[in-house]
Design a protein around this ligand. Sequence first.
Ligand SMILES: Nc1ncnc2c1ncn2[C@@H]1O[C@H](COP(=O)(O)OP(=O)(O)OP(=O)(O)O)[C@@H](O)[C@H]1O
Ligand SMILES: [Mg+2]
Length: 182
Amino acid sequence: MSIVITGNPGVGKHTIAKELAEKTQLEIVDINQLAKDAQLFEKNDESNDVDTEKLKEILKEKISDKCIIVGHLAPYVLDKDKVGIVVILRRNPYDLIKVYNKRGYSDEKSRENAGSEILGVIAYDAKNHFEEKTVQIDNSEKEIQEILNKIESILAGKNKNEEVDWLELVTKNNDLKKFFVD
Ligand SMILES: Nc1ncnc2c1ncn2[C@@H]1O[C@H](COP(=O)(O)OP(=O)(O)OP(=O)(O)O)[C@@H](O)[C@H]1O
Ligand SMILES: [Mg+2]
């Protein structure tokens, strides 16, 4: 059964996928890497606009039921019936900003990506698209091992879905402006 790991940039998809691949001996299929290799990203700006139709075709050749498919584009380029389970990783937007700073993202790009996580854009699209195959896990300030254990339980059929509400957190902290207003 293939495992999809998705979520907004910086939530920990590759970190978790690598460890999971070692444990399970499943191969990683990296959606962004495939798109880059095929030169499907638009080159002119910082955004991640990609030709999803071409990427869908490429992925069809690459995926099997013995792989871990990683990427924030998963909901837009994978068929529901071709995947086993879909793990949506979430992460506290304050932690994400730290990740983006380390990566050297511009302020605009950081806020855009953190804002997208606050609103749960990828989570929403993944749930809509993959429906009952999705399970959401909060990767904020967690040991990687804890996340791996949760994924193993999910694979064993247990329901480990976690709710997060960053909008409530950010509102309570009076930080909406920090993320959404120039
Ligand atoms: N559970 C965790 N504990 C501590 N650090 C973590 C954890 N998960 C991820 N990280 C760290 O967070 C950063 C972002 O993780 P990672 O690169 O795996 O995210 P990603 O979702 O693959 O991002 P992208 O979408 O941009 O590829 C990395 O520096 C990674 O080491
Ligand atoms: Mg990554």
